[in-house]
Design a protein around this ligand. Structure first.
Ligand code: ZN
Ligand code: ZN
Ligand code: ZN
Length: 371
């Protein structure tokens, strides 16, 4: 057996794997752009603090809630209809207790709900590169690029989450590809640029057991490299064979709607968390770039909730994003505690929300057989 034939890939004539550059573009390749000095190439989104804008406070011009309102508490008929519907909505419940009950008392409670929404925008710039295919090179020749927070971006629908990626104007450039040294090709790492690999049938020996010639490689011990079709090199995946890369700064702009909600409850054993699914009667609402805590409301806990919510939102979102718009509201949610008797026994349930939903965990018709 000829040893040179057996291992041609180890022959000293083969060039070492040194012509391929690093994967990520070196930082030195990137132009220093004013306002974007410390940004990274790809990777995690890192949101920038917003610039500080002077806030104009409208003196005395803030709308405040009305002081007087009245809300009709439900009557016995509505209370009964609500409970009948509740029983009907549960396949295994009997409607009889609802139809036959004798009312003892209806006790109305007013629950208030304060809701705050802060619609925020955050911006994260990063360097991007892609194969150069005659993209328009919008570079510094047209003037300095706008700083991250001055790039013009159309705001999508208010109070709805969304995201946009934008090429920052005047940041584009074209560079030679660092990975293939602008050749568009990289060496094949399967055959070490020889275009040939060891025959897998005879393991490169050229013959088989009993010294028969290997008919797979015709005794040569080598096969053409499938990976590079025998060329010894492949298209550079960084520039997709173009030899040049198009660089630019991409700005990721993210909009989010952040919510704060608090129900001022009355101690009546009613689980207030179920109120999130129902509507109330709106007593007050306001929408502005910046809303102000509600000052003028008879229930002091609503004033506290408003103050707390607005403070929390500014502390949480004011540093890493820009609050574009806020809106807040106060709703009055009617809750009625109903006491009734059925078959000589006392029971209670609650009717709540403008939808007259029922909360009746101890409804006596639960254990009845369907009539
Ligand atoms: Zn072979
Ligand atoms: Zn190859
Ligand atoms: Zn390349």
């Amino acid at each position: 057996m000829n040893p040179q034939q057996a291992e041609p890939w180890a022959a000293p004539g083969n060039p070492p794997m040194s012509t391929e550059g690093p994967t990520a573009p070196p930082a030195s390749m990137l132009d220093s752009v004013a306002g974007y000095e410390s940004i990274a190439i790809g990777g995690e989104e890192r949101y920038l603090p917003p610039p500080v804008y002077p806030v104009t406070i409208a003196e005395g011009g803030q709308p405040q809630p009305v002081q007087q309102w009245s809300i009709a508490s439900i009557d016995e008929d509505a209370a009964r209809q609500a409970l009948i519907k509740f029983a009907s909505d549960h396949v295994t419940y009997s409607r009889r207790p609802a139809e036959e009950m004798v009312f003892k008392a209806l006790k109305p409670y007013n629950m208030y709900r304060y809701r705050l929404e802060s619609f925020t925008e955050s911006r994260s710039p990063e360097w991007k590169s892609e194969p150069y295919r005659n993209q328009i090179i919008d570079n510094c020749g047209f003037g300095p690029p706008p700083p991250p927070w001055e790039v013009a971006v159309d705001i999508p629908k208010m109070f709805e989450k969304s995201k946009k990626k934008i090429q920052v104007p005047q940041t584009a450039s074209v560079k030679e590809c660092h990975k293939c040294m602008a050749t568009g090709k990289v060496p094949c790492n399967k055959c070490f640029q020889t275009g040939q690999v060891k025959c897998w049938v005879c393991l490169g020996k050229g013959n088989r057991l009993g010294n028969d010639r290997c008919d797979h490689c015709m005794g040569g011990g080598k096969l053409s490299c499938k990976h590079c079709s025998g060329y010894g090199c492949q298209e550079c995946n960084e520039c997709q064979g173009q030899g040049q890369l198009f660089f630019y700064i991409q700005l990721t702009v993210k909009w989010e709607n952040n919510k704060f909600e608090q129900v001022v409850e009355q101690q009546c054993g009613f689980p207030t968390q179920v109120l999130s699914k129902v509507n109330g009667q709106q007593l007050f609402s306001d929408q502005q770039i910046q809303v102000y805590p509600v000052m003028n409301f008879p229930e002091s806990r609503i004033k506290q909730a408003s103050q707390q919510g607005i403070q929390e939102h500014w502390a949480q979102f004011g540093k890493s994003s820009r609050i574009i718009q806020q809106r807040h509201s106060i709703e009055l949610i009617p809750v009625t505690e109903v006491h009734f008797q059925w078959k000589g026994k006392d029971h209670t349930y609650f009717v709540y929300g403008t939808e007259n939903k029922v909360h009746a965990p101890e409804y006596p018709g639960k254990t009845c057989t369907i009539m």
